[in-house]
Design a protein around this ligand. Sequence first.
Ligand SMILES: O=C(O)COP(=O)(O)O
Ligand SMILES: [Mg+2]
Length: 220
Amino acid sequence: MSPAPALIFDLDGTLIDSLPDLAAAVNRMLAAEGQPPMVPARIRSFVGDGAKVLVARVMAERGIDMARHDALAGRLVADYTERSAEFTTVYPHVRETLGTLRSDGHRLGICTNKPAAATASVLDALGLAPFFDCVVAGDTLAERKPHPAPLRAACAALGGDCVFVGDSEVDAHTAEAAGMPFLLFSAGYLRVPRSEIRFAGDFDDFRDLPQFVARVRALT
Ligand SMILES: O=C(O)COP(=O)(O)O
Ligand SMILES: [Mg+2]
């Protein structure tokens, strides 16, 4: 069996349920535009490709002039960064599992499409930052997921073999492009049927993650 692989986690919909604060920020933006609020389930279907794409999808749905995209996206990111952890929760058993994985010798990292400042703010506020040796965020590099570069950068920083754990088709495609095993957290924000993506294992309870990691490790 190979040495303990490093584990790289997606953030939104994988470690944290951030939709309530993302939706609150979107709805503050819409209110400032004189628009009625959007239901969180709809906003959830727009999450996964980063804040700028989220804002573009909301604007397209509401017929807001795209010429204002940079201004509105900039405002939303600044507002969300200030208020990223008012309603956001860590999924059950995430903290204890991250602790177990670290004690078992795994190095841990994050690869998210959320911008770096917002990522740092939410990780600090929820007490998750100390678990991670490396964070690659949506604006750390010129490319973001599903481009493999951010995941490869996280893996290079952690060293050795890596496994990616995420909730969405964006994550599955990123892992595939990077040639890395992918474990699906199926209680997050997946937007396509599971049959459309490839994963080495799936789980909806973090207490089950160490056994999947051990199984993937036994194969390498
Ligand atoms: O902010 C997003 O759109 C997605 O973030 P994630 O990559 O952590 O899921
Ligand atoms: Mg996600």
